[in-house]
Design a protein around this ligand. Structure first.
Ligand code: M6R
Length: 613
């Protein structure tokens, strides 16, 4: 989705903006642009395509100044083209805007402005905003008041950043709803604005997050925050500890491969400070739950999208098994519209890497409206899903750049396991011995994931043999059933190979008709309570001529004798086995896409942070 960077200070804004936009490439985009105040007038450079094109434009026609804003656009209204790329300038050339989100009433506004004689030069909804601001520019209060009044005319959710050559001492930024974040970075005699932390992290770690319905007036020396009603808001500065180097590729070809390998560390960090191995106890302090609250819970709705929702399905098995609380997993885009039966004894638990996924945030709001307790498991610190929640678990994975989520999938699996044990403990449904045993199993996780990663050469070999497949069927049962879905999603989103997943028991109800030599079956056949069922499924696929690739527990002779290829993983306590069984499937998808020479980190049509509905 769209990314924003802005700068005001004593340096040349152009390279700062280009560099910041580069750091946001992972969000996905199809055009890019920047606007800089040069000698008192606004200069815009923008084009469809990748940032290299924008850099070339700037090189051919340089622009420099001490104030500027930039944008990477993911098209919603109007094709990716130079005229639709942001920034958008008004007709007087005195105001320029970049915008994330969708102006839901843009047709109405466009008609109104056109009737007033305003000429439109793009197909975007965003252009309405700049014309509105320009129309109000002469009112008392100048740019700030003009932005405030304009934003009040917009329906929908927005992140907006604006500057004007009439008031060259400031950038005005605003956030309405959940169309991605707006963060202000604090420097010395200079300040930054961005949609996401990584864009400006190399310059500052001191950041202010705007809440919905807030505006920031950012000058070189100062940042003032106020509500859209003009009420001043106390500026709360957050220190971000992320290491900017960890956002680089290092020795790996792609961020995705790097992030797959980072899982040993991210899972070690996931446990740190939360697990007391000596006493066999879990503490999740930021969840803000005590024994009384925990005992009141009648039901948990896990709501999320994509990969995060598959993590939630594993969480359902764990929470129901360990804490004995009924759990329903709901795709956020469905939950938000289906009037779910939720009350104050319900917890709505959102899972989100970005913490800015529009559907997930809307599902949280639906939960809030109905009086539920809101929890979230989130990676992006300070994101909306973290701030909306009554309590949260922070994923501890660091920034995830590859669009295909990997380390931000395994971390919540462990978070959900810890949550299940923690709730069971608070509710008094497990005794000390069982709790102690469950906690000790966590100790094994990082090393087991490391062992699974050591098998990368074998997975690569199978990927080489299978890179021309056109379809694949992923099967799993029980706690590894969601891993079949996750494996299929990984393959399809980065290699563009059609992949379907099924609970293996459903095969006989239809999908088995698809099985032949051209439909490889990827079967999760771990030594878990569903093992025997999976073996019989593999036998049925083989009987129909299917080529079977199994994910199996090291040393399993039965699977070795049945399957055509095996991805071996180390023996793991079954409740934690998804953390390990997903590793070869991540590697398999990665290597197929990489062997095909595809854009692994930024697959077509996808964005890292899906901030529109
Ligand atoms: O940021 P979120 O975790 O809320 O994102 C949810 C999905 O958009 C995301 O998991 C998506 O499915 C990924 N492309 C999966 O790799």
């Amino acid at each position: 989705m769209c990314g924003i960077v802005g700068y005001i200070g004593e340096q040349n804004a152009t390279p700062i903006i280009l560099n910041g936009l580069k750091r946001l490439e992972y969000r996905g985009y199809d055009s890019a642009g920047l606007a800089v105040l040069e000698n008192g007038h606004i200069e815009v450079r923008r084009d469809a395509g990748k940032l290299e094109k924008l850099s070339a434009l700037v090189q051919a026609n340089p622009v420099s100044g001490k104030l500027g804003i930039g944008h990477t656009r993911w098209a919603t209204h109007g094709e990716p083209s130079a005229r639709n790329a942001h920034p958008h300038m008004g007709q007087t050339g005195e105001v320029v805007v970049v915008h994330n989100g969708i102006v839901e009433n843009y047709l109405e506004l466009r008609e109104e402005l056109t009737a007033e004689g305003v000429p439109f030069t793009s197909d975007t909804d965003t252009e309405c905003i700049v014309h509105l601001i320009e129309g109000f520019l002469s009112v008392e209060g100048g740019l700030v008041e003009a932005v405030r009044r304009s934003l009040q005319r917009l329906q929908g959710a927005h992140g907006v950043v604006v500057f004007s050559s009439r008031e060259p001492d400031k950038i005005v930024a605003a956030r309405i709803g959940n169309a991605g974040g707006v963060v202000v970075g604090l420097g010395q005699g200079e300040n930054y604005v961005a949609s996401d932390i990584p864009a400006i992290l190399e310059h500052t770690r001191q950041m202010v997050f705007l809440e919905s319905q807030q505006m920031a007036v950012v000058t070189r020396a100062d940042v003032q925050v106020m509500t859209l009603d003009g009420q001043p808001v106390e500026v709360k500065v957050n220190t971000i500890n992320w290491d900017p180097i960890s956002a680089e590729k290092g020795e790996y070809r792609h961020f995705m491969q790097k992030e797959i390998h980072e899982q040993v560390r991210s899972l070690t960090d996931t446990l740190a400070g939360r697990v007391d191995f000596d006493n066999g106890r879990i503490t999740l302090a930021q969840l803000n739950v005590d024994a009384e609250n925990a005992r009141r819970i009648k039901k948990i709705f896990i709501t999320a999208c994509g990969t995060a929702a598959y993590a939630g399905q594993v969480g359902k098995v764990l929470i129901e098994d360990i804490a004995r609380i009924p759990v329903e997993v709901d795709i956020a885009s469905e939950f938000r519209y289906r009037d779910p039966i939720v009350d104050e004894d319900t917890v709505v638990l959102a899972i989100s890497q970005s913490g800015e996924t529009a559907d997930t945030l809307a599902a949280m709001e639906e939960g809030r409206r109905k009086g539920a307790t809101l929890w979230s498991i989130v990676n992006a610190i300070g994101s909306q899903a973290m701030r909306l929640a009554d309590g949260y678990i922070s994923m501890q994975t660091g920034p995830e750049i590859g669009v295909a989520s990997t380390k931000a999938f395994t971390a919540p699996l462990v978070d959900l396991y810890m949550l299940a044990v923690y709730l069971a403990d608070l509710r008094g449904v497990i005794d000390e011995n069982r709790r102690y045993e469950l906690v000790q199993d966590l100790r094994l996780v990082p090393a087991l994931v490391g062992k699974a990663l050591e098998k990368e050469p074998e997975v690569l070999q199978v990927a080489r043999e299978m890179k021309y497949i056109r379809n694949a069927l992923y099967l799993g049962r029980g706690i590894n059933m969601p891993i079949a879905y996750e494996g299929a999603l990984k393959l399809k989103e980065i290699s563009y190979i059609h992949a379907e997943a099924y609970p293996a028991g459903e095969m006989k109800h239809g999908p088995i008709a698809l099985v032949d030599r051209d439909m490889p079956v990827i079967a999760l056949a771990l030594k878990d309570p569903w093992y025997e069922k999976m073996i019989s499924q593999i036998e049925q696929a083989k009987a129909r001529g299917g080529a079977v690739v199994a994910v199996a527990t090291e040393g399993d002779e039965r699977v070795a004798g049945l399957a055509d290829e095996v991805f071996w993983v180390p023996e793991t306590p079954w409740r934690l086995s998804p953390v390990v069984s997903v590793i070869p499937l991540q590697l398999f998808a990665y290597h197929i896409a990489s062997l095909k020479g595809l854009d692994v980190d930024q697959p077509r049509n996808l964005a890292k942070s899906v901030t529109v509905e």
